[in-house]
Design a protein around this ligand. Sequence first.
Ligand code: AMP
Ligand code: MG
Length: 423
Amino acid sequence: MNTPSTPSLYSCADEYDPHSMTVEQARSVIARYLKPVAGTMRVPVRSALNRVLAEDVLSPLDVPAHANSAMDGYAVRFSDLAASGETGLAVAQTLLAGAAAQHPLVPDQAARIMTGAMLPAGADTVVMQEQARREGERVWVAAGQRRGQHVRLPGEDLSKGLPALHKGRKIRPAELGLLASLGIGEILVYRPLRVAFFSTGDELVSIGHPLEPGQIYDSNRYTLYGMLTELGFDCLDMGVVRDHPVALENAFEEASRMADVVITSGGVSVGEADFIKPLLARLGETVFWKIAMKPGRPLAYGHLGESHFFGLPGNPVAVMVTFYTFVRDALLALSGISPVAPAPRLRVRTTTPLKKAPGRTEFQRGIVSRGADGTWTVRSTGNQGSGILRSMSEANCFIILPLDSGPVPAGEEVEIQLFEGIL
Ligand code: AMP
Ligand code: MG
């Protein structure tokens, strides 16, 4: 339905070495398969927050509908104003926002006007009250005004008949207000993306159960739940699935039946749980990549029936890094957003030295902060082990060190990606 069946993923990936993929190569292979979900629905404007427009919205009217004042002051005819010295004008009417102007402005007249009030016919310029001197029924206007100043022109915000918003736009607070300014009560949006996920591993225990020796609590499902929910997707948490071929096959089949996207964590390292690879080869088409990145080296991507599949590594930090590096943008594209803007990156100096060996792109965890002198710098959260989830909790950015870079001394500029910008 939404997934191209040919050319196969394997042939697509052939031009790459699956044992050594760069982050960019993997992103571009995935990008070839991303088409928005088919379903759409008409919803009231407020329910559309964080949803994605499925059609262009044409403006049914000019906004503003009439020329109006951007300031409290006096509406005048620019041609009445003297080039030098003050000009005296008779104040003929007072115009408040919301009322239509009653009389046109004749030569040598001014109208007292409030912000948002309609300009009377004949007026083309507004003089701020701070530049006018009122004397009873007359007003004296200082020289040096510009023709057309402080006037909002009809249609300068939105023009009737032209697209006010394009298909693929995520509806944020600004879009809600913009739609309201057009008097639009309902819009067509894509249905929310359905994402099923489960953890794999015999050592995993769900919260609420005591830990036996050798067991650990499953944290990846909680991280994934949080990341997916915050992005506005419908989540289906399928729990922990044992490293057992039948259990895994059932889980994969159920997940792909119910969801547009299936995400798993664990079991994608080489040599581990060998049945996952043949199982996925039978159920769909999937590539297992070793990405030249840290953390997050193993990653699987493919299709299970109509669904997209992401097999993330097991380590908790690697799950978050690979989600934000590959999965986030892919899911946004599937949910209809177009174009998907990658999370912004900035350059700042690091105040701590950063350990790094050439050969892999590293996503280290950093804390960016503003110093007393106003400059922003970043420091490392310390231990960068891929199981240390505390580093993600303390961090507010990734420090992205490129493939070829070696260790970075303190004081050097590095690239960072703000967590806030990702959401
Ligand atoms: P794996 O890729 O399955 O070999 O897992 C790599 C590491 O991540 C192992 O130390 C696992 O115990 C750990 N791990 C895997 N899944 C989870 C999970 N859901 N929550 C916490 N740790 C996990
Ligand atoms: Mg495992």
